[in-house]
Ligand binder design. Sequence first.
Ligand SMILES: [Fe+2]
Length: 342
Amino acid sequence: MKKLPNIRRRGVSSSSAEWVDVRPLLGDRAIPMLITPKVPGLELGEWAKDNRVFIDELFAKHKALLFRDFDSDGIEGFERFVELASDTGRLEYKDRSTPRDTYGDRIYNATVYPAEQTINLHNEGTYWVTWARRIFFACATNAETGGETPIGDVGNVYDRIDPVIRDEFAAKGVLYVRNYNDGFGLTWQNVYQTEERDEVIEYAANNRIELEWKDGDRLRTRQRRPAVRLHPETQRPLWFNHAAFFHVSALDPHMRETFLTELGEDELPYNTYYGDGTKIEDDVVRHILGAYDAEKVAFRWKEGDVALYDNMQIAHARQPYTGERLTLVAMTDAYTGPEDVA
Ligand SMILES: [Fe+2]
């Protein structure tokens, strides 16, 4: 009876751990967990086919997984891996905040945004009604310098934020206000991926977005969302919003000045308020950005890398870069959160 050494592997295929090494990428940080093949020539999709249970266990435990040094099969290989490592089909990028190109079926490039700018930590789609539980990145072309996609645990971000500020947001939620076709930022046609107002009206009705059509084909939208979400499995509170990200004070000073002079506060491409419509103070935004910064973990991409993040728990960012950079993104496992703020 004593000879039962290897059978208690909690359903994990006995080959899983034998084919790969699993360890933190950065010794002193919990995220991301690095998974590398022990043998050369192992293709990621091929390996994933037999190891879904193992991947899911790692994902549930570590939230952020980085697959490195597998044989990569380009965009198609990425697409296959995404399919094998997710439960539902890929989500579309509607209600966009940045322009994107498409590679294959619902595989996108990461935000097209000036290379010299930083993109702050954010979870994808916190202002949507339905968002992705899983977000995948692939490094197709690595930048010459920079271009990292830093990550941060928004459960920890929540813990770092002053409880007074947290409670105010938890009670009021966040109001996102956007303006389109004023000559700055995206057009509503690009954001909603249609030329038809009727389609925007239908999308808005289904996604709790308030529309205000203005003269000259201009549009203002308002969406009110909770600021804090509970993780569906662990019930841990998560700082899951774009309150600081889209706030006017988070713009670089030059852009902020231009926007405010040319447009005025009511016509900004985007801005955020407390859910009751009152202004979020600049120092509150600074405090929140500081909490994100303290959780920010950056590491250099290696071409062929594929990352899988829990989009509710792990925020991502982008560092400035030089040279060419192509990072692919896919979102899966759609999740509709409980309705808005009480
Ligand atoms: Fe993003």
